[in-house]
Design a protein around this ligand. Structure first.
Ligand SMILES: [Zn+2]
Length: 287
């Protein structure tokens, strides 16, 4: 762990050389209250998910970028992992402020529509170079499932993964159809796990050192939940909220409405897997 830059705030960390992480306040899903804006690149810096709408936090982001410039680094562009507001809410402001272009997957650009214009597409195998160094080439991984246009950035020599909303250190990742797709998400989690990343920066919460373990835990936890959803099914039709209450007994009732989105995603997968059948838009039974 290298020392922090001189005027570092408690929410500024440098988990690796050429990778700075700022946790800035955003309107995200509780219990998370912040989104990590990652600054990738030892010389040329790519700003991932600038999202804060708060003036003080935006000031902190600008001050951080200024500090990096004093270190000889230069901001090159803005990269969005996906279209959710707690990931893009500061992008237009930062583009105007610094004259930077915005990169995102074409699906993200489509979903943002008129809300935010994306300047360039970023797709699987694209590379954002941080410098000429061999260990400073940030590859785009297309990882849909949470959102249809979700991407991660991965530096394969030091195995640094900027993972967006694939996992979280605080709170949980909601897979909400029709945007979210559970089987796709699980497949992408397995793919990220197989990278053997040495370090993972989630969009919400602390940097994760045991990356593959956390990804595997997240995937197995989802599969356990899927078993609970399957166990809540019966030969007789059951409604979504009834299934959610039965499958999420460990989650406070106040969160069941939110959980029902993920339950719905599990049900879609169980239908595809031939375990469940959808009777109406709100009723499922065992197949
Ligand atoms: Zn999201």
């Amino acid at each position: 762990m290298s020392p922090l830059p001189p005027d570092a705030s408690p929410h500024w960390t440098r988990p690796a050389e050429g990778l700075d992480v700022l946790a800035l306040r955003t309107p995200t899903l509780p219990p998370a209250t912040r989104t990590n804006t990652s600054l990738c690149g030892q010389r040329d810096v790519w700003i991932v998910d600038p999202a804060t709408p708060h003036e003080a936090d935006r000031g902190l982001l600008l001050a951080t970028i200024d500090a990096l410039v004093r270190e000889g680094r230069r901001p090159m562009g803005i990269v969005l992992t996906h279209h959710h507001v707690d990931h893009v809410g500061g992008a237009a402001w930062l583009r105007d402020r610094l004259g930077l272009a915005i990169w995102a997957h074409p699906e993200t650009a489509r979903l943002l529509g008129d809300a935010l214009e994306v300047d360039h597409g970023a797709v699987e195998d694209d590379i954002f170079p941080g410098s000429h160094a061999r260990d400073d080439r940030w590859h785009v991984l297309f990882t849909p499932g949470h959102a249809p246009g979700h991407i991660c950035l991965y530096e394969p020599v030091r195995r640094l993964l900027v993972a967006g909303d694939m996992v979280a250190s605080v709170g949980t990742i909601v897979i909400a159809p029709p945007e979210g797709h559970m089987a796709t998400y699980l497949a992408q989690l397995a793919r990220l796990e197989a990278l053997g990343a040495s370090l993972l920066v989630p969009a919400h919460g602390d940097v994760i050192a045991e990356a593959s373990e956390r990804l595997r835990f997240t995937r197995l936890h989802r599969l356990e939940r899927e078993e609970k959803v399957a166990a809540a099914l019966d030969a007789a039709p059951r409604e979504l909220m009834e299934i959610t209450r039965a499958a999420y007994t460990d989650v406070p009732a106040a969160l069941h409405r939110l959980a029902s989105a993920s339950a719905r995603a599990h049900l879609d997968k169980l239908v595809d897997d031939g375990v469940a059948r959808a009777l109406t838009d709100d009723r499922w039974a065992l197949a």
